[in-house]
Design a binder for this molecule. Sequence first.
Ligand SMILES: C[S@@+](CC[C@H](N)C(=O)[O-])C[C@H]1O[C@@H](n2cnc3c(N)ncnc32)[C@H](O)[C@@H]1O
Length: 309
Amino acid sequence: MGSNAHVPVLLGPVLEGLKIKPDGCYVDGTFGRGGHSREILKQLDDSGRLIAIDRDPQAIEAAPQSLTDDPRFELIRGESAQLETFINERGLAGEVDGLLFDLGVSSPQLDEADRGFSFMRDGPLDMRMDPDTGTSARDWLQSVEEYELKRVLRKFGEEQSASRIARAIVNAREQAPISRTAQLARIVEEAKPARGQKRHPATKTFQAIRIVINKELEQLESLLGQSVNVLRKGGRLCVISFHSLEDRIVKRFMRDASRESEQYRGMPNVPEAFRPKMKVIGKPVVATAAEVEANRRARSARLRIAERT
Ligand SMILES: C[S@@+](CC[C@H](N)C(=O)[O-])C[C@H]1O[C@@H](n2cnc3c(N)ncnc32)[C@H](O)[C@@H]1O
């Protein structure tokens, strides 16, 4: 796959899940290379509208003119967790018909060694989706306390060898800063020899550090909460997650939002403000074997859909 390619995951189920109305207003909160955006736009008529968000300046730059010239389309550089602000600024609160979040990193982010996301390609250890803000993985690893590093590896990587890896990283950085992806991959590999696993031994470590550097779970919690205020009644929320930590957050949010507030549970005449805000639509959707065959990224994708009530 070329470095600019990103095949949209679960495209059919997403389009169906959004229940697109041709004159509706939609938000793609994770534009990436616009795979989903392009297809959503195709289903809109002249009065439809699509607002897309991405915090990666390269994603913004790479947006094709066919999209950016389209008067129905608007692309915003920013965080998805600023969703409500962006929507309020446009006077669209409670008027959005569908929201899509296709979480995590894009193929170009992983493919380009310079972004520092990949243990497969040597590059500077950065891992920021927006390289203009926050702390790079290199700087973070240089100063993080060992116990905190261990906690991050365990919590965000579900890494069983967290202690050994954290120790190895701290030992290594005392010799020299860990500034390359290959260097980090090697340290992890040596601390945790591959035992016939299919995945590279550094997979979970890279995932954990990426999540913390980009505050991915905080972003997710925040944007889910905001979705309730942004969507109109009957509007759809579609979220694609790629690992169990994300999926658990999405699942919990949708479940909790589809119940009345605790103090009114099971009672008649629940006041409006305490009634369920969402309704879960169907079961989580995963990719077919054919899609996984064609696009490895789809293998861990899980789409959950809810509707604003
Ligand atoms: C998996 S890709 C999306 C791919 C896209 N659906 C497509 O088909 O081309 C995720 C994108 O969302 C962006 N992203 C992830 N989390 C974000 C957040 N919290 N705020 C803004 N952008 C985010 C990443 O920079 C990346 O470009």
